[in-house]
Design a protein around this ligand. Structure first.
Ligand code: NAP
Length: 275
């Protein structure tokens, strides 16, 4: 029997086929699971419905395992509540919920953290952190015992990664949110974890300066390379599956080991060799 056979859940945060959410959803569906998806609402005057189109190009590849594709802006609680109600009507009880969403104004990512404005800070925290609380709360009536919630985080919330700036503060708050939600949801047998991915080329990743970081990880990480979308996809699917059902409140690093390093490691040897 396949790992997700008979399992149903919700996937939030696919922008296109490079999105981490898509890498995870694909694993789930390849292993027999059924997913309901969201896309960012299209503007009423956008006749081409570009946001919906981008996501539908992905999910249409698995028509029999796609329960729905509906709009959702996680900044609006009324939308989150209505979305979860609709999800319950279409899916019944659910076994997994993936939150793979973050946003900050480009200006706030590129200016020094000390110059972050109040409104940009609130926006980044609202979309990237509070939304996890909101979607978990409104999904509460839907969870089967043993269900799993997973969010996506990054090492820039644990240590200072220049350039990640306000989003680093958001990820630190997200990591703490994982632990508090894990405590709250434990009594109803729902787990809450995060995957801390190494840098991957995605829309959000480019905004956060992934290009340079990938090169650096390749030199410093114990595995001497970056992670792939497929590796992050499999680890995310694992945390959403019953195979991880003794794990909650955990931040699982899928980063070729980069986070364990306390020095630039082999990069130092290369620098010495070049000197
Ligand atoms: P992505 O493909 O750009 O995904 C980000 C998603 O968030 C998009 O689908 C975006 O929708 C959605 N979103 C933004 N604001 C929203 C809102 N108000 N309501 C609903 N959805 C909203 O980039 P990604 O790299 O896969 O990012 C997914 C998660 O992984 C994020 O939490 C990110 O911080 C995290 N992460 C990424 C990396 C990396 O290197 N890429 C590493 C570690 C962690 P639209 O595109 O339609 O606006």
């Amino acid at each position: 029997m396949k790992l997700f056979e008979g399992k149903k859940g919700i996937v939030l945060g696919i922008a296109n086929d490079n999105s981490i959410a898509w890498a995870i959803a694909r694993e789930i569906m390849e292993h027999g699971g059924t997913c309901g998806f969201s896309h960012l609402p299209d503007r009423p005057d956008d006749e081409k419905k570009k946001n919906r189109m981008r996501v539908s190009k992905c999910v249409d590849q698995y028509p029999s395992q796609t329960a729905f594709l509906e709009p959702l802006d996680v900044q609006e609680d009324e939308q989150v509540e209505a979305f979860m109600k609709m999800a319950g009507e279409k899916l019944g009880k659910i076994d997994f919920l993936l939150h793979s969403i973050a946003f900050a104004d480009r200006a706030d990512l590129s200016r020094p953290t000390v110059e972050t404005g109040r409104s940009g800070f609130k926006l980044a925290m609202d979309v990237s952190v509070y939304s996890l609380i909101s979607v978990t709360n409104f999904a509460r009536p839907l969870f089967n015992p043993g269900a799993s919630v997973v969010a996506m985080t990054y090492f820039g919330g644990e240590k200072c990664v220049p350039g990640y700036n306000v989003m680093g503060i958001c990820k630190a708050a997200l990591d703490a949110t994982i632990k508090y939600l894990a405590f709250d949801m434990g009594p109803v047998d729902v787990r809450v974890n995060a995957v801390s991915a190494g840098p991957l080329k995605t829309l959000a990743g480019y905004a956060a300066g992934v290009g340079e970081m990938q090169e650096y990880y390749g030199h410093v990480a114990p595995l001497g390379r970056n992670v792939t979308h497929e590796e992050v996809g499999r680890s995310g699917a694992y945390l959403l599956s019953p195979y991880s059902n003794g794990i909650t409140g955990e931040i699982l690093h899928v980063d070729a080991g980069y986070n364990i390093m306390g020095s630039p490691g082999r990069l130092l040897d290369q620098m010495k060799a070049q000197a």
